[in-house]
Design a protein. Structure first.
Length: 230
């Protein structure tokens, strides 16, 4: 068998949930709390999978999709009572993530995040000491309305249209002056795959071999096997 051709990559873009972190338990707790606040039972597995890959606002609409009054009640509960800091403590960082990011940095390869999270991303970056490991962080568009989402820490988070719209990827490539053929996106869902394909960049599936992808990895350090040394 011939040796695999390696890619000349200048930027690696990461999804957050399911890639940087195992966040299923955190999301289950969050969205079940919102469901209860809107007066409905806990979410089923299909609903949890939907919420796992969509923005919080899309998820609230989906949770209460058959009851407009309950949706309004759930949205109000979210606005008035949910503090993301109560839930991000349940995130579990994926193995060898920081080691892989350190190696990419030493090779001069840009790193970025494109996620459908909104205001919670700033808390995650701070709590898990990720700011220095990424050149740019892009979230879904949102409005900051509550004191606990407002920070004057000098760290910029870029907003873009939610995935699978490639707007976030385009903003990353433009900011870092990277051509699409020199970038790749690591994700775990069809939303991520659609984002990468729409942006015209390589897609690497993380712990999910069920999707068409340019590569599949089960560990962050395994990405290095696909990259040229320079």
């Amino acid at each position: 068998m011939g040796q695999r051709e390696k890619w000349n990559v200048e930027c690696v873009i990461y999804d957050c949930d399911g890639v940087l972190f195992d966040s299923f338990d955190a999301n289950r707790r969050l969205y079940n709390a919102i469901a209860e606040g809107g007066g409905r039972p806990s979410l089923d597995d299909d609903e949890l999978r939907y919420c796992h890959t969509h923005t919080v606002f899309e998820s609230i609409a989906h949770i209460f999709r058959n009851d407009a009054a309950a949706e309004e009640k759930g949205a109000r509960f979210f606005k008035d009572h949910i503090d993301f800091r109560d839930f991000i403590v349940y995130l579990e960082m994926e193995p060898h993530l920081k080691e892989a990011l350190d190696i990419l940095k030493k090779r001069g390869i840009h790193t970025a995040i494109s996620t459908n999270r909104t205001t919670s991303m700033r808390h995650i970056m701070t709590r898990y000491a990720l700011w220095d490991l990424f050149d740019i962080v892009v979230t879904a568009e949102h409005q900051v309305k509550r004191d606990w989402d407002e920070h004057d820490d000098g760290r910029e988070i870029v907003q873009a249209r939610s995935k699978p719209d490639p707007d976030g990827v385009y903003k990353i490539l433009q900011t870092l002056n990277v051509r699409p053929e020199a970038a790749l996106y690591i994700g775990d869902s069809e939303v991520d795959m659609g984002t990468a394909r729409s942006a015209g960049i390589r897609f690497v599936a993380y712990k999910n071999s069920s999707m068409p992808a340019d590569a599949v990895i089960d560990d962050h350090l395994a990405l290095l096997d696909f990259l040229s040394d320079g």
